[in-house]
Design a protein around this ligand. Structure first.
Ligand SMILES: N[C@@H](CCC(=O)N[C@@H](CS)C(=O)NCC(=O)O)C(=O)O
Length: 222
């Protein structure tokens, strides 16, 4: 299998799930801004919109969308128990994956991390996001995981919540959410994924800054 990822992006959830499963995989870094892989290939030929993650299932079949990819990994490695086996448990898993994707990933943190989004949009996202974090905090109070045991939804949620440190969302206001994130980060698969992707993220950021300052220097004063 081959995972197309960007450092510390939502694709880190799939990396952690692959580690949980003990899967053999290779990893291709993507610059989601330039839509190029680290090897210089045109990433739009892999994903027409240029989003990560994409998982190559091993035979060239390309899988899109984190929530679907995570369930694929869980199904492909059932012995790792990354998803509930019973039908209702599976519905609950789908419920959380949708909530994380729509309400927290794209609806809250994705907006806050978008430097091109106007300030009013950030303010609106935070105002709306509060009820989502309140709900999550109530659910996680007294619980170790989103479901009865660790699942791919936890890998996704911990990845998204980790972005809060570079936003104005202070998770300390939601103590159960904050404690959950700390606990998740101690999990070997998550800790390994974070330790591996952090240096890549720092390198990516410095490349971005260098590219931006090159543009500024090349722009003649008007
Ligand atoms: N709906 C997609 C969203 C994935 C997504 O937002 N990926 C971000 C990184 S976390 C990305 O690739 N952004 C680049 C872009 O928006 O052009 C999924 O859940 O997989």
């Amino acid at each position: 299998m081959k995972l197309y990822f960007a450092p510390l992006a939502c694709s880190m959830a799939t990396r952690a799930a692959l580690y949980e499963a003990g899967a053999t995989a290779t990893f291709v870094e993507v610059d989601t801004r330039t839509k190029r892989t680290a090897g210089g290939d045109d990433y739009l030929r892999v994903h027409p919109v240029g989003l990560v993650p994409v998982l190559d299932a091993g035979d060239g079949t390309l899988l899109f969308e984190n929530a679907a990819i995570l369930q694929y990994v869980a199904d492909r490695f059932p012995e790792a128990r990354l998803a509930p086996a019973d039908p209702m448990g599976r519905v609950r898993l789908g419920q959380w994956l949708s909530f994380i994707s729509a309400e927290l990933h794209r609806g809250l943190f994705g907006v806050l991390l978008d430097r091109e989004a106007p300030e009013a949009v950030h303010t609106y996202a935070i105002a709306r996001g509060t009820s989502r974090l309140d709900y999550l905090n109530a659910h996680l109070s007294g619980r170790e995981f989103l479901l009865d045991a660790f699942s791919v939804a936890d890998a996704y949620l911990a990845t998204i919540l980790g972005w809060s440190v570079v936003t104005t969302v202070n998770l300390k206001k939601w103590p159960a959410v904050s404690a959950y994130l700390e606990h998740m980060r101690e999990r070997p698969s998550m800790a390994r994924a974070l330790a591996e992707e952090m240096p890549m993220y720092i390198a990516e950021q410095s490349r971005k800054r260098a590219a931006e300052s090159a543009v500024v220097q090349a722009t003649p004063p008007s």
